[in-house]
Write a protein that binds this ligand. Structure first.
Ligand code: GLN
Length: 473
């Protein structure tokens, strides 16, 4: 029997048809058989058995009791190392638990391992990890990237090595790999999930989110990781609804916005056809379709690639060889120790971002780049605000292509950055977005549809995805 959903597994455990030990053994053996995917950086069977034992002794019966969840290796975990996919943190054992993983533990989840990612979550391919690349389980004859940066989590869910996984999304790092691996990925509103204990990349954009195999599981998990946390000053104190119980596929009375600016020349027919087909399917379900305009979309990518590196250069200043993980052994002075630790400890892409970020923040350029980018970011947010006065949610492709071969785009950072073209506008505006598998290419590779809605209306995109999933079945 294939086990692949949380909502069914919860019932199996309640009805005592399976024990939490058996459930986890099922996934442990699958992880061992799929080592070649390199989806996990850290996997320790002994640690999993200890978690199961203490859960069995605890007599709790919380919602995620015994559910095996994989954790992107950007979340600090007390009982497992946390590397951010970087050599500089290769020996880092955090002294505390992130808010999100703590919530999962409190709800009874088993943290089944730490998943691979692009170094410090910078990338779209999971090829910049110090721990080697992850392979997309949907690859056919050539090995494809799983997307990134949360590529290990997307691959783990896609290959059914766990029942769900956490990710983080700064400019698309949940939605793009979800699309490439044929799974669901949701980035909630900025502020819904605490960033406490997530290794910072670009703090005004970073958000935790979820990968799952179906909409019901997504709705369950997103509720459990959300919530107010006093340790994150941007965490918002609102009542989190039970998205799962509220799921409703009725589209009558809903208006769907189709942004004209997302019809970009050079996007393949397969992507455009998938998008058109999805629009028709929504129309069939009773929704009204409306063309909308997000006029500043074309600036989103350049704005993102100023703001994100600027914040990264500041956040990554703390890795100096003194406080965390790796330290170069070749120094002869304190200054040299900083320099060598950073040049030996960071990979090429991270260095590129630090250079760009330091440049746009430097005296003389700060106004021209950073401040200007913040102003345009504001205009992009206003575009969405106006759009949501005319429609309930917006539908676009998640990515401009399907998964590409490992090694492609490596020497051309701009072509790698273009992966984020459909995902970064929502990140800059802080609104929620979901990617749901919809259709395939002629080579049988998954494609993803992105659904966006207004701040804190996660239910709207989950409902829309729930409808789409039901049509699929
Ligand atoms: N691909 C984007 C980047 O490289 C997004 C990364 C992310 O969302 N963490 O910055």
């Amino acid at each position: 029997m294939e086990i692949s959903s949380i909502h069914n597994s919860i019932d199996l455990i309640k009805e005592k048809k399976i024990s939490i030990l058996e459930l986890n053994q099922y996934f442990i053996s699958k992880i061992k058989k799929n080592k070649n995917l390199n989806a996990f950086i850290h996997f320790d069977e002994e640690n999993i058995y200890q978690q199961i034992k203490s859960l069995e002794n605890s007599k709790t019966n919380n919602r995620l009791y015994g559910m095996p969840i994989a954790i992107k290796d950007l979340f600090c975990t007390r009982n497992m190392p946390t590397t951010a996919g970087s050599k500089i943190l290769s020996k880092f054992n955090p002294p505390y638990e992130s808010f999100v993983t703590n919530q999962l533990i409190n709800q009874g989840s088993i943290l089944i391992g730490k998943t691979n990612l692009d170094e410090f979550a910078m990338g779209s391919s999971t090829t910049t990890s110090f721990f080697g690349n992850t392979i997309n389980p949907k690859s056919n004859n050539i090995s494809l990237v799983p997307g990134g940066s949360s590529g290990g989590s997307a691959a783990a869910v896609s290959a059914n090595l766990c029942l769900g996984a956490t990710g983080t999304d700064t400019g698309g790092s949940i939605r793009q790999p979800a699309s490439f691996c044929g799974v669901i990925g949701i980035k909630p509103t900025y502020g819904l999930c605490s960033r406490w204990g997530i290794i910072a990349f670009a703090s005004s954009l970073d958000q935790a989110g979820i990968f799952a195999n179906n909409v019901k599981d997504t709705a369950i998990l997103i509720k459990e990781i959300a919530g107010y946390d006093k340790n994150d000053s941007t965490s918002v104190n609102i009542k989190i609804p039970d998205y799962y119980k509220n799921l409703n596929k009725d589209l009558n009375g809903k208006t769907i916005g189709i942004p004209i600016e997302y019809k970009i020349p050079g996007i393949s027919d397969e992507i455009n056809n998938m998008w058109e087909k999805a629009i028709k399917v929504f129309e069939k379900g009773g929704a009204k379709i409306k063309e909308i305009s997000l006029p500043h979309t074309k600036y989103a990518l350049p704005v993102y690639y100023i703001i994100a590196p600027a914040e990264a250069s500041s956040n990554l200043a703390r890795y100096d060889g003194v406080r965390y993980g790796f330290r170069s052994k070749n120094d002869s002075s304190l200054d040299e120790m900083y320099e060598l630790t950073r040049s030996e400890g960071f990979g090429k892409e991270v260095k590129r971002r630090i250079l760009i970020g330091t440049y746009v923040l430097s005296a003389g350029y700060y106004e021209a780049y950073y401040i200007k980018a913040q102003k345009v970011r504001n205009l992009i947010s206003k575009d969405f605000k106006n759009a949501f006065e005319q429609c309930d949610f917006i539908v676009t492709p998640s990515t401009p292509s399907s998964a590409f071969p490992i090694g492609e785009k490596e020497d051309d950072p701009i072509s790698m950055y273009i992966n984020d073209i459909f995902t970064v506008p929502a990140s800059l505006a802080g609104i929620p977005g979901i990617s749901i598998p919809f259709g395939k290419t002629k080579d049988n590779l998954p494609l993803g549809l992105q659904i966006l809605s207004n701040h804190f209306t996660e239910q709207t995109i989950l409902d829309a995805a729930y409808y789409l999933e039901s049509i699929h079945e």
